[in-house]
Design a protein around this ligand. Structure first.
Ligand SMILES: *Cc1c(COP(=O)(O)O)cnc(C)c1O
Length: 401
């Protein structure tokens, strides 16, 4: 695996472009070093700063956010803090990472899938309506690739049926819809700072929420279920006893993680611009190819440009998606698949009796989609290499060579 610095120093002629390689700056390294030298590694002052910076970025006060150690954890404790009775149904998309569905299961709830709109790749509000039963208690939309879901329609359904809304914002830190930021529509928003995401803390996540009481509960659940005072253990104000008030989890973020995140967050807009530039270059460069490009962002929205997905229809492209991935790999370019549809995985099929064909749009997208490199660590030269390689592979096949 090549690090971004290999590319800069040119040690290798054509280093492998690792999909989703993070961009780590000198200021990130210095902050982590300062954290280590401070001796304060666990949850402490850097987490508090990262939380207040993130809240400010979202236009919230710090009592509306809670840092945790993954988006999966954020989803899990949000659903518990939402107080849904066991077995309640939660409607989500079949085109998501398994963590979305696993979190529903671990919260003691029942996942119900509603198909995507194949153009936006986001959950289709009409399909949500169709999936509602007397047991439905929540909707869990995923802003796929950073494109906002149709939140007006989704929130209208939620109001009509008195449903909790938990937004999976793993791709959507910068996303906006009609002037409002992703994570501010529902009762909770759950963010990921995993290595491939737009902001990286190694592992990490954030919960945003409308109700500070529920955020406080999520925060408590993320730290063993200890009483709120327990957080003062992480300060120098002296020893305090704590009480366990719920059976919680070990989901708190460490200062080492927050140290990475603080300057990543400060760069988030610059990095977004760089990804937007690459996104637009890809759109132009592939316009004449027989591939399906992502839909252009809608007016009055902001796309986070987390993923650039091509759809490889084997009929039109003369190549299967997996062979396309292999051909790019041979040219030193790593790609990703987001995602094989959830009901194609054995576990869910067996547990819930799902058949992938019941969600045909997600099934088809899941079999055709491939994500090209789009991280802020990607240089313009790297993007040129991706463009040349994609064109080469598709043109060879499409012409029957
Ligand atoms: C990455 C991701 C998650 C999980 O995030 P972690 O921080 O790795 O737990 C959840 N949902 C979606 C859509 C993701 O892409």
């Amino acid at each position: 695996m090549n690090s971004p610095s290999d590319r800069d120093t040119g040690h290798a002629e054509t280093p492998y472009l690792v999909f989703g390689a993070p961009q780590i700056g000198e200021e990130d390294i210095a902050e982590v070093e300062a954290c280590l030298r401070s001796g304060w590694l666990g949850t402490g002052p850097r987490v508090a700063r990262f939380e207040s910076d993130f809240a400010a970025y979202k236009g919230l006060t710090p009592d509306h956010v809670a840092a945790v150690n993954s988006c999966t954890a954020a989803l899990h404790v949000s659903m518990i803090a939402a107080d849904l009775e066991p077995g309640s149904e939660v409607i989500t998309t079949p085109l998501t990472f398994c963590a979305t569905v696993n979190a529903i299961i671990h919260a003691g709830l029942t996942p119900v899938l509603a198909d995507i709109d194949p153009v936006t790749m986001n959950i289709d509000p009409a399909a949500i309506e169709d999936a509602i039963t007397p047991r439905t208690r929540a909707i869990l939309p995923v802003h796929f690739a950073g494109r906002p879901c149709g939140m007006d329609a989704i929130m209208a359904i939620a109001r009509k049926h008195h449903l909790v809304v938990i937004e999976d914002c793993a791709h959507a830190i910068e996303t906006e819809y009609n002037g409002h930021k992703a994570g501010s529509f529902g009762d909770f928003g759950c963010f990921s700072f995993y290595v491939t995401k737009n902001l990286v803390t190694g592992e990490g996540g954030m919960i945003t929420g409308r109700d500070p009481e529920r955020i406080a509960r999520a925060r408590m659940l993320a730290l063993h279920g200890l009483s709120r005072d327990a957080w003062h253990r992480f300060s120098d104000s002296g020893y305090r006893h704590y009480q366990v008030v719920e059976a919680g989890f070990k989901y708190n973020m460490m200062d080492i993680q927050a140290a990475l995140g603080i300057h990543q967050l400060a760069r988030i807009e610059t990095n977004w611009l760089q990804r937007e530039r690459i996104w637009n270059r890809y759109m132009d460069a592939f316009a004449d190819l027989p591939v399906n490009l992502p839909a252009q962002p809608q007016p009055d929205t902001r796309h986070a440009h987390h993923l650039f997905t091509l759809r490889i229809d084997p009929q039109r492209c003369g190549i299967e998606r997996d062979a396309f991935i292999e051909a790019l790999h041979e040219r030193g370019i790593g790609t990703g698949v987001h995602y094989i549809s959830i009901p194609e995985h054995a576990y869910y099929r067996e547990r819930f009796g799902w058949r992938a064909a019941s969600w045909p749009a997600a099934l088809r997208v899941g079999r055709e989609t491939v994500s090209l490199p789009l991280s802020a660590g990607l240089s313009d030269r790297d993007a040129s290499r991706v463009i040349a390689s994609v064109r080469e592979v598709i043109q060879e096949r499409a012409s029957g060579a």
